[in-house]
Design a binder for this molecule. Structure first.
Ligand code: G4P
Ligand code: NA
Ligand code: NA
Length: 190
């Protein structure tokens, strides 16, 4: 997606530790025009699928997911993060491991918001190690819903997330793929 590549080159900042800061247009201040185009791009890429719902995770997955839900005219649900979770019969819950902080986060979705048999598109802002997406896939399995595919705004292709998801047989559509952030330079994959 050329507009997104341009914005990353213009306004993204590479921080130590292979982190791409996009807080001036995606993660804190939001470029709504660009985000609307991102939603439409997801809708176009998954136009061949009969999607019933979008699932994302708070907080920074919500903006692109809303735009995709708007374009596809389907409901959106986001998984909530909790420091610790009291298990209940009313929720689907899973744990995400963060390689960055070396800690687990509990994540939950109320059972009322995913129906068995639904075909669900997962959306997130970044794909790095893939822990967030794998957690959402776990929740969909618990719900007996089907994963239609995974839509990612920015894929860090030098980290193992895509491989892990593809190894499970799922389709990943990333709007931009970053091959390297070495030497404070953004190198796109294609
Ligand atoms: P993973 O989900 O792919 O396994 O990611 P990882 O544990 O490596 O990263 C943890 C958090 O950092 C995730 O956000 C992920 O989206 C984000 N992240 C990973 N790489 C980058 C990057 O280069 N730049 C930015 N800006 N974020 C990155 P999160 O914990 O879900 O937080 P949030 O959605 O509430 O912001
Ligand atoms: Na995220
Ligand atoms: Na984030």
């Amino acid at each position: 997606m050329e507009a997104l590549k341009h914005k990353i080159l213009e306004a993204g900042r590479v921080l130590p530790g292979n982190v791409l800061k996009v807080d001036s247009f995606i993660n804190q201040q939001i470029d709504v025009e660009l985000m609307t185009a991102i939603g439409q791009e997801f809708a176009d890429r998954f136009a061949d699928q009969q999607i019933d719902r979008i699932l994302t995770i708070e907080s920074s997955g919500i903006a692109p997911a809303i735009m995709a839900a708007q374009a596809l005219k389907v409901p959106l649900v986001f998984a909530r993060k909790r420091k610790s979770l009291t298990l209940s019969a009313d929720i689907y819950a899973t744990k995400l491991f963060s390689y960055t902080t070396q800690q687990y986060t509990d994540v939950m979705v109320d059972k009322r918001f995913i129906q068995p048999g639904e075909k669900v598109l997962v959306i997130d802002d970044f794909l790095a190690n893939g822990q967030a997406v794998e957690g959402l896939i776990d929740i969909l399995n618990q719900a007996q819903a089907t994963l239609a595919g995974v839509g990612i705004v920015i894929e860090k292709s030098f980290q193992p997330g895509r491989q892990a998801i593809e190894a499970k047989g799922f389709r990943v559509e990333s709007l931009v793929k970053i091959a390297s952030l070495d030497d404070n330079q953004v190198q796109f994959s294609e």
